[in-house]
Ligand binder design. Sequence first.
Ligand code: PMP
Ligand code: GLN
Length: 379
Amino acid sequence: IRSKLPNTGTTIFTIMSQMAKDQGAINLSQGFPGFDADSVLLDLVAKYIKLGHNQYAPMSGIESLRKNLAIKTEKCYGFLPDYQEEVTIVSGATEALFAAISTVIRPGDEALILEPAYDSYEPAIILNGGIPIHISLNEADFSVNWDRIKSAVSFKTKLIVVNSPHNPTGYVWTAEDLKILADLIRDRNIFVVSDEVYEHITFDGRAHLSLLGNEELRKKTFVCGSFGKTFHVTGWKVGYCIAPKELTKEFRKIHQFLTFSTVTPIQFALAEYLENPDHYQSIQEFYEKKRNLFLEGLKQTKLKFSTTQGSFFQMASYGHLSKISDQKLAELMCKKLKVACIPVSSFYHNGTDNQFIRFCFAKEERELEEAMNRLLRLE
Ligand code: PMP
Ligand code: GLN
């Protein structure tokens, strides 16, 4: 068979998690919480399973979850989407991203991706016959380089994929970023896929600025979110897409043949859990504590870093210590120091290696402390 994704291998997240397991290392590589979800949420799932909500959910998601998600959206971003026609529940943000990209991209269309970038955007573009155009973020602070984006836009540009808070750099978009994006796509036939899975994880008083909060941008944007990230249940694979009616109509046609619908009892549980705003408003403080603890430890090591603004990731650089590749460093760190991380070159289509590694700090305190102790031995 001739591969449709010849340049794609097994994702680095799978590789590093497996290596961590084989080596008995502390796994700060793949992004998932090392602790359980709120027992209130777990009990709700058990409740709805026992109540017999175990058959197919409606294709677009159960009504109460769409409704409560719309209400949360209004509370957070000042915009109330129409839960009947603009909100769709899907099987993880991964599905939302794939279906949204598929809705827009036709063969020959160009799609802009800002690198370093999460790994699922490019394959979705390629499988739809699109052409990914890679644009690097600013090297100094990973902010968006709008000049590079402006010069990459052509009459073939159909889509721009954005992600804030950003994986892996933690950069959080500013009001200025949103304004420039709005100016850029005004009067152009360009859509936006906005990956906002870390919407509730921003630090130092920063607010997440959803594209849904911008009247102009939301008319051309698919906002993709993940309950897995927000509520520490990445294994449940429940996410959503919020987009204008005409876009949602087409999005749902694709969703119905990717998965048709999403796990029923969990949707009921999430719907009830969302009724208490504390459940999502407390996430920010929860993760800021973890980040601060992690950074206390990281400061004692020889690694260099700029404090992450959002997401549960922190990047660090080691170029002043060694010239080995980031892949090699990640392997050695896992095998010798027993701490697993992600080499950031994996987030570039051409493997650009700026000697950065990424840590996930969504872990128990003692695990973070132990990992940092081990990293003290890094020379
Ligand atoms: N986007 C980003 C930036 C991510 O880090 C992840 C990873 N978990 C996803 C999307 C996928 O989310 P989900 O697990 O809900 O499919
Ligand atoms: N988003 C997670 C990360 O960046 C990984 C999810 C996955 O393994 N696909 O680590």
